[in-house]
Each structure stands twice: as C-alpha cells, then as structure tokens.
Ligand binder design. Structure first.
Ligand code: 13P
Length: 341
C-alpha cells in the first residue's frame, strides 16, 4: 500500500458535491430502526433494506462512499452481485465499521468506552480483501453536570488513535469519529467546550500513535445546543461555533471533516451543513457522513414492501441531493418543496 493511494481515497470521499452514507448500523440498531416501521429484523430484511439504498439510481452524484456493517459487507444484491461490487460499479468507495460497540466505562458506568482493538489487524486485512477501502470507529462522549470525565475522553482518544494507526498500516483510510452526543440540557457553549477538549485530546493521541493526518478523515459532531436545552442555538450560530471549534483543533493537513447527524432532523442537518460551508473556504473540505438524516424518510417510505422501493429510492436520492448541495453551500429550503425527481 502506498501512501498516495490512501490520500487519494480520503480526497475522493470528500470530493466536491459529495459525502458519505453511513449504512453501518449494527444488527441491534438496525432492528430498532426496522421495528419503528413494523418490519421484522432478519438477515434478509436487513439485506433488502441495504439493497434498496445502495441500488438507488444516480446516488453516486451525491454519495462518494458507503459505510457498511460486518454482516452487510458479506451480502449480495438479489442478482448475486456483492454489495461492494454494486458500489464500485457506481464509483462509490466501500467502507466498514470496525469498532465492536461502546461499552460502560469501568468505574464510571454512565460513560462509555468503545471496544474492538483485539484482533483488529487481522479483521482489517479481511475487510480489505472484501473490498473495503476506509473504516469507521465511533467513540461516545456524554455531557452532564460532572461529565465527561477526563479519563473517559483519554480512554476513547487512545483507542481511536490505535485504531487509526492500524487502519493506515493495513491500507484503509480511518474515519475517526469522536461523537459528543446531543442528549442533555447543556448549552451550545458547553458543547463547544467539551467538543474542543475532546478533539484536542484525539489529535494529541493520533500524533502520539504516528497517524498521518493527510490520510484520515475526521467525523465529529456539530457544535449544538443539547436536545433539552431551553435555548436552541440558531443555524448561523451553530455554523459559526462549529467552524470555530474545528479551526481551533483540527490540523490543516486533514483532507476532510465529515459531520455525523447525531439525531438532528433531516432539514436541520442540511441547513447546518449549508451554513457551515457558507462561511467561506477552510483548510479542509466540510462534508457529511450521515446515517439517520439521510435514511429516515426513505425507511419510512419503504416499510419493507418491494412495491415501495422506487418511491423510497426517490426519497433517498432527494435527501442525498439536498446534502450534496449543502456540502457546497448552495442548499435552500426551497429544495425541500421540489418534487422528488
Ligand atoms: P448519524 O448521522 O445518524 O449520527 O449516524 C452517523 C454515524 O455513523 C454514527 O456512528
């Protein structure tokens, strides 16, 4: 693996007008999502759902890569074509979630530390063989009166850095995801403080583990008011705080910052990304790696029915196009009212 290849993959993932689809829900999370639309979660319904998404005609105009889950990367479309091949034919890069989940942190049960380092070198080699060219690991940081603890941030940052180093060694671009979650009544100022502290620590650990910033992507939360905060910061305020936080913490050598949606509504996730890109050129590309904010409406339309596939794909393509525009700073709410093409 030469380093130019990794840089090329990282840059392709944040190419102009495009972002990443996170379709890497674990079977447990996918089960919850399917239950919400009254679909029983089986290996086949999970496969059919992912097939609906990734065979959407024209999605490659807005989607550069798709993050898959261990079960999904081994699945095929109905005609027997492996999902990874379906993606490659549409010029989208297959990615893979490689952490094994956020577990209670010993001694601090309301905080989490993400697991998955044991055997990771071998799993990465296996995923690369299956076609993956980038990987994702999500750390979860919770805000409360006395949280996060310093050791929670440190433990998660250390694990993220060891994961990222193994990815680069094994020929996959690491997408480093430290998520400060929206749950809670905290202010946007508090979210800024915790996000900045977390990112400082993450980049310190990445440097300690000799992770090359040119060959990775950062997947952070936006800087937002907590979900239950009585004062919800407006779109421009979120954009300004988010960009200020990234400028204070993210090395210019990182090619791209791909935000998670984290429970924001579909429209707000697009509006925030659009405003972020409206603040003028930054050292890195500013794009999306959305899960819920890309798939929620399509899932609701699909509901497990073969007859709904075309309509669900149109809904998905519309959301992808809104975020493709937001990623260039040319999204407007008028796009929401346009018929789904
Ligand atoms: P959301 O956009 O739904 O937060 O999902 C992104 C993701 O990959 C979380 O790990």
């Amino acid at each position: 693996m030469n380093a130019d290849e990794l840089g090329g993959i990282a840059r392709a993932l944040v190419t102009d007008g495009k972002g990443i689809l996170a379709a890497d829900e674990s079977s447990g999370t996918m089960g919850t999502r399917l239950e919400q639309v009254n679909v029983e979660s089986t290996e086949e319904t999970r496969r059919a759902y992912r097939q609906m998404l990734i065979t959407t005609p024209g999605m490659d105009r807005f989607i550069s890569g798709v993050i898959l889950y261990d079960e999904t990367i081994r699945q095929d479309a109905a005609d027997g074509t492996p999902f990874t091949e379906v993606l490659r034919r549409q010029r989208m890069v297959p990615g893979i979630k490689v952490d094994t989940g956020a577990k209670p942190l010993a001694g601090s049960p309301s905080e989490k530390v993400t697991e998955g380092l044991d055997g990771l070198r071998e799993r990465l080699a296996d995923y690369r063989e299956l076609g993956a060219r980038f990987a994702k690991w999500r750390a979860v940081i919770t805000i409360a009166d006395d949280l996060p603890s310093r050791r929670c941030i440190e433990a998660n940052a250390h694990a993220l850095a060891r994961y990222a180093a193994l990815c680069q060694e094994g020929g996959l671009v690491p997408v480093v995801e430290p998520e400060v979650v929206m749950d809670g009544g905290h202010s946007i100022e508090r979210c800024y403080e915790v996000t900045a502290e977390t990112l400082h620590r993450v980049f310190h650990e990445l440097s300690e583990q000799r992770v090359e910033p040119e060959h990775m992507l950062l997947k952070p939360n936006m800087v937002l008011s907590g979900k239950d905060c009585p004062r919800q910061a407006g779109v421009e305020e979120v954009a300004e705080a988010t960009v200020r936080c990234m400028r204070a913490t993210v090395p210019a050598a990182v090619p791209g910052v791909v935000f998670l949606s984290g429970g924001q509504s579909d429209e707000l996730a697009s509006a925030h990304l659009n405003a972020i890109n409206g603040l003028g050129p930054q050292p890195w590309e500013l794009s999306f790696s959305y899960g819920r904010a890309l798939i929620a409406a399509a899932l609701e339309t699909w509901r497990g029915e073969e007859g709904n596939v075309d309509a669900a794909q149109r809904v998905f393509a519309h959301r992808a196009s809104c975020n493709g525009a937001a990623r260039c700073g040319i999204y407007s709410v008028d796009m929401e009212r346009q018929p789904v093409a």
